[in-house]
Design a binder for this molecule. Sequence first.
Ligand SMILES: Nc1ncnc2c1ncn2[C@@H]1O[C@H](COP(=O)(O)OP(=O)(O)OP(=O)(O)O)[C@@H](O)[C@H]1O
Ligand SMILES: [Mg+2]
Length: 378
Amino acid sequence: MADKRQNEPMPDVLLELTEGYGEILAMLDQSIAMRRIVDEVPELSGVDVAWLGEPDGGDRIVLGHTVNARTPAVNGLVVPHGCGLGGQVLLRRRPLWVSDYRRSDTITHDFNAQAETEGLGAMIAVPVLHEGRLLSVLYGSNRETSALGDRTTQALEQAASRAATAAVTAERARHAAEIAVHEERRRIALELHDTVGAMLFSIGAGIRTLADELPDGDSAHTRLNDLKEQATQAAAALRVSLHALSAPPEQVALGVALRGDCRAFQERTGIIARFITVTEVPSLSPAHIKAFKDVTREALLNVEKHARARSVVVSAFTLSGGVCVTVADDGVGPPPAYGFSGGLGLSAMSERLGRLGGEVHVLRNEDGGVSVQAWIPA
Ligand SMILES: Nc1ncnc2c1ncn2[C@@H]1O[C@H](COP(=O)(O)OP(=O)(O)OP(=O)(O)O)[C@@H](O)[C@H]1O
Ligand SMILES: [Mg+2]
């Protein structure tokens, strides 16, 4: 029966879903997404050849992802700040073009040999930027020397903007996956601590009691001492492993902590709780992470006590030189007569963040529910 099903053609709707899933996965893989965007550049803009320059950590880009190239001359070229056309784009952060790459007097000519080998004439380079950060440089070139028209420039600019979106989407997806992995590791570590850790402790204690009950000089003492020693060593090894498992890297520590709180909250209350990072968030000190964790816990507790919500979203993002964590629910909102007064939780939150130079705002959402916004300078 399984064979029969394998031979049956896939229904159209499933096929569409499978293709859609493939598309999404491709978007989430930065390298594949970039490749696709560069692939489309010749057709969309009319240039003969296209490629991409990607930063490699220093003040330079490395060229690759060539489309329609005749030779490998461009692939792997390292372009430092200020050199050639791409180097100028690195400096000026705006699209630039030349009608004759090898003879232009507006750029340096470090790469004339490669341009000649590949047979490149007019060339355009457009920065792929996200919030001022250079993600890559998109290139287009014609074999002929000629002025590049508006259509080419606009098409390259549009492709660069799509490339920026793709890169950021992929980065977010990777970050979210990393948070999920570390949060799971932490959960497993805590579970092992509570089960295996506790078992090892009671084995050790049992051996000690047995040893106390045996008369002095009994031959079993040596054997029991060995067993006690082994149990102590096993407990120490477990502690080291648990520590490694439960300590997330700095750049995902906030996400891991808040995702863990969301999971525990959902398990306890049945209210759906999600954590998302909206923008990249800088690494934070343990004190800052603890403050955000405390605020989130109190805000989630308030959701449980007062909101009658079906779902709550905890999000983290950078804002005005700091980091903001919001807890937004879809519940009934505060009682009209009392607003947010009457308790200690919100004012304690405000004090705690104030000590770190931060602040808390509690707002009624336009479509019902409450948002708690906590901000700390980074
Ligand atoms: N998510 C929410 N949905 C609806 N109302 C809320 C929400 N969060 C807070 N409130 C309202 O704001 C009031 C003040 O909240 P606060 O946390 O300061 O005190 P509390 O939860 O009542 O008591 P506690 O001192 O134990 O925290 C609440 O009593 C409630 O009326
Ligand atoms: Mg409260």
